[in-house]
Design a protein around this ligand. Structure first.
Ligand code: SF4
Length: 64
């Protein structure tokens, strides 16, 4: 599973970084979220799906 951030929508609110720090980090140049592990490890797929559904601007995209 691949997670990606749509930088056109991400506001840098850090909700995903706080909820799932093993996968998401804040890019300190852009102050937007970034994915730091790809593909997503199987044991974190559920967490990433949950975080994606909770992103306030639906900026986290998931592909198989
Ligand atoms: S939760 Fe969404 S808007 Fe907030 S930092 Fe993560 S991707 Fe960006």
């Amino acid at each position: 599973m691949i997670a990606s951030i749509d930088s056109n929508f991400c506001t840098g609110c850090e909700e995903c970084v706080i909820s799932c720090p093993d996968i998401f980090e804040l890019n300190l140049t852009t102050y937007l979220a970034a994915v730091k592990v790809s593909p997503v490890p199987a044991d974190l797929e559920g967490s990433v799906k949950s975080v994606a559904s909770e992103c306030p601007v639906s900026a986290i995209k998931i592909t198989a």
